[in-house]
Write a protein that binds this ligand. Sequence first.
Ligand SMILES: [Zn+2]
Length: 416
Amino acid sequence: MPQSALERFLRYARIDTQSQDDSETYPSTKKQFDLLNLLLAELKEIGVSDATIDQYGYVMGTIPSTLPDSHPARGRVPVVGFIAHVDTSPSASGADVKPQVIRNYQGGDIVLPGDSSVVIREKENPELEKNKGKTIVTSDGTTLLGADDKAGLAIIMAAAERLLADPSIPHGDIRIAFTPDEEIGAGTRHFDLKKFGAAYAYTLDGDTPGELNKETFSANLAVITVTGRNIHPGTAKGIMVNSIRAMADIIARMPKDIAPETTEGYEPYIHPHALEGAEAKSTLKILLRDFRTPGLDVLRQKLEEIIAEVRPLHPKATIELKIIEQYRNMKDHMGSDTRLLDYLWEATSRAGLEPRWVPILGGTDGSRLTEKGLPTPNIFTGGQNYHGPTEWLSVWGMDKSVETVLHLVQLWAEQS
Ligand SMILES: [Zn+2]
């Protein structure tokens, strides 16, 4: 009997794989190897005989084509990859996760048993309604659940097991990759595209069933540094240049209508998100986000205008602006071959769902892979409320995602 995605998910969710922002190592935390090594062993167990793990933790393996040599598509079907990440977000604890399986969910708010102040509310979770009578999984309220992205791992593993168990399902060569450190924006840093060898790929790292992603933000990080001069306050008159005061004037001028708190959908924003300061030096990190990549220059110009306005107010302070490129809208590099997206759409409807393209207000490993030459849109997994203790998973949604993957590989074989 093949294992259900749920059985697999529950096993993976209990393993702490939190990644860590300020780490010097790769992967950022050693414990991610616990799950990466388990996945390697499980791949071998289900028959992925060439499965490997490299020094960085990337697990890769192949499900060989089932097309006979005589098949007209043999040799024409491109190698298609499926990718998910093992790490969980640093923004909530991922240690000692206790998944709560609620079978035959009857509706209503869900009070989590480990902390009764943590409630998954029906009115904040429209997706709950669709899961009445179905199975959902939550954490106990003291940790995140880790459906982001252990649901993705479980989906790929369950689909792989089904494909290997049933050679009558027609498909080309399929590559699988499990990656570390996605949550800290480093999931593709050492990803060996050549070794992976896929022409197209999909990440299983979305959420609501039916939702597909082919667009992400384009993203730059702006860093404003104000340098002042510090001296003991007792002898400061006419000498001290307090960088904090200049920084405060800059922050006060940040446009409030171009902020994540006041925008949605395709609207761009300037988001001051980390501040450090003392008299001598203050640093502000600002996220610049726009779906249109040239729009990032407009946002930079706004910051330059603010700085130009503040400089004369603090003539003895030095104000510098640095722009660091982060990632680009995957749509910019998706290429002209529409099969990648058309088959995904068709596979989702064959799984009995209504497919929808939804822009991601963020980046994915897929945005970076697409930019590097491997077009990689993103597929739903059934998870909700990521990165916090109210995270929950629709098992129905996860199973629909497995079905979508199975239809998808067949579509590539049928239509090529
Ligand atoms: Zn994720």
